[in-house]
Write a protein that binds this ligand. Structure first.
Ligand SMILES: [Cu+2]
Length: 148
């Protein structure tokens, strides 16, 4: 079952990657129209990944533009969150969804298996570091790089 889920996730990610490259071709590196950027959530705690400090989100570093929306979707059996880290800490109460703009305090809240977050608007350029409040200690974290 887990293997099937992983396989389905891999197909979905391939589709997302193909769509992204189509965007790049179509717009020849010019500013892209606003879109939804999907970030898959899956953490193999037994993984011997060479970079254990950034895992559990694919892509680990999402590149987006102001005006885009980000949606996190959980392809794992376990519950995870994607929660902004402010000054190296998680905001209190982050197991519940909070915030709609990337420049505010935000969290997807607990995402169950096959769950997806509300869209988070990329309202301001910058680099945002986030993680899972349940698995941050084992390296579940990611970055969003938002360009104008
Ligand atoms: Cu987690």
């Amino acid at each position: 079952m887990t293997l099937l889920r992983y396989f389905c996730g891999a197909i979905l990610l391939t589709a997302v990657a193909m769509q992204s490259s189509a965007f790049a071709d179509e717009y020849g590196g010019k500013k892209q129209p606003a879109k939804v950027v999907w970030v898959a959530v899956y953490l193999d705690e037994k993984s011997t990944d060479a970079k254990p400090a950034a895992r559990g989100y694919t892509p680990a570093q999402a590149k987006v533009h102001v005006g885009d929306h980000i949606v996190f979707f959980n392809i794992d059996d376990e519950v995870h969150t994607a929660t902004l880290r402010l000054a190296g800490a998680f905001p209190p109460g982050a197991m519940k969804p909070m915030g709609h703009n990337i420049s505010d305090v935000w969290s997807t809240g607990d995402l169950k298996a096959n769950g997806e977050s509300s869209p988070i608007l990329v309202d301001k350029a910058g680099t945002y570091t986030y993680g899972c409040i349940h698995h941050f200690s084992v390296g579940q974290q990611g970055t969003i790089v938002a360009e104008p």
